[in-house]
Design a protein around this ligand. Structure first.
Ligand code: Q9C
Ligand code: ZN
Length: 347
């Protein structure tokens, strides 16, 4: 497996997130990725590669140009307001909910941040744009690698910040650019007629779902905590099946908090069956390991050894595949759990 890792991921290092009424240290930290890199190196899993330059045109076919331009200039705009802002992260605090207009971009900076985001747990920092775009390049390179003749059968975008909560024009849930969606789009443009995205992160992949909701060429499947109690709350129900050309091309498999590996596997098998029935030519796996029993913000009960079996089940599809790195916040165990998936996958 080729593993495109983001050498500047640590430029995205948020200080604090709003969590249960308090500002607390960010859960989504640079150390997470370093643990994965250490585990892969120690166990000699995959070949580590640096990405090429990001394809901004492709990024703007997945995200709106207005949003991409906002992200690219947000830090500059923030510091221009007050030089003292250089030591303060940007956190959203106001949003246009029902009945507000989304077709006008306000000039006020806080209002622009709110227009392009959906929660207050996701700081935008000095290095966010650089880390996110190099991460996007990892995802696009991984897709292009597996579609190159003589290329590997599977590749990974080992990057942070994660991506699956980011929509066409919003950030949130620690995500800014949707790496899984970018990989799927790159696969489509490299000739895969039908692409499936399978999201196994604890949280529903709301951004990915919304990007492809009206498209029939990309099947989105997500196994996740039931949104009636679990983040991101406002999407991820079983009755969301896609719309228009995308009718039937979205499958949500919500599970109650507390779910263990046996019931989780049953749901995953349903997702795999849907991908087989869709006759996908290529697969993107949004790999979050916050389904782990030790995760501090999630409530499934998978054990480290279970991730070997997760990898085997994913491999059973027999499709060329791109993995993207999503959540997982039991920092010291993220490396073992991701390495186990990849080892199980390699067989
Ligand atoms: N009170 C990913 O795993 N915070 N994002 C939850 C609950 C947001 C997780 C707060 C969790 C986002 C990529
Ligand atoms: Zn998650």
């Amino acid at each position: 497996m080729q593993i495109f890792h983001n050498p500047v991921h640590d430029k995205h290092a948020g200080r604090q997130e709003m969590f249960r009424g308090k500002l607390v240290p960010c859960h989504e930290t640079p150390a997470r990725l370093e643990y994965v890199l250490d585990a892969l190196r120690q166990r000699r899993i995959g070949d580590l590669l640096a990405p090429s330059a990001a394809d901004l045109d492709l990024i703007k076919r997945v995200h709106t140009p207005r949003y991409v331009d906002f992200l690219a200039s947000a830090w500059r705009d923030w510091v221009a307001l007050d030089p003292a802002n250089a030591d303060i992260d940007i956190l959203p605090s106001v949003w246009p909910v029902r009945g507000f207009r989304h077709d006008i971009e306000p000039t006020n900076f806080a209002a622009r941040v709110g227009l392009f985001s959906f929660d207050s747990g996701c700081p935008l920092t000095a290095g966010t744009w650089e880390a996110a775009t190099v991460g996007a390049a990892c995802a696009i390179d991984a897709a292009r690698a597996i579609t190159t003749s003589g290329g590997p059968r599977a590749a990974m975008a080992l990057t942070r910040p994660p991506g699956h909560h980011a929509g066409a024009d919003f950030f949130g849930g620690y995500c800014f650019l949707n790496n899984a969606a970018l990989a799927a789009q790159a696969l489509r443009e490299a000739g895969a007629a039908r692409v499936a995205i399978l999201d196994v992160d604890y949280h529903h992949g709301n951004g990915t779902q919304s990007i492809f909701y009206e498209r029939g060429d990309v099947l989105t499947v997500s196994v996740h905590g039931d949104p009636t109690t679990e983040y991101p709350f406002f999407l991820g129900y079983a009755d969301e099946r896609g719309q228009g050309a995308g009718e039937g091309a979205n499958l949500n498999l919500p599970l109650a908090a507390g779910t263990g590996f046996a019931a989780w596997t049953d749901a995953l098998e349903q997702g795999l069956a849907a991908i087989r029935a869709f006759k996908a030519d290529a697969l993107v796996i949004a790999l979050g390991v916050d389904t782990y029993e030790g995760d501090p913000i999630s409530k499934f009960k998978l054990k480290s050894a279970d991730y070997l079996q997760v990898g085997r089940l994913l491999a059973s599809l027999g499709l060329p595949a791109v993995f993207t790195m999503e959540g997982g916040y039991a920092v010291a165990d993220v490396g073992i759990n991701v390495a186990n998936v990849l080892e199980g996958y390699a067989g």
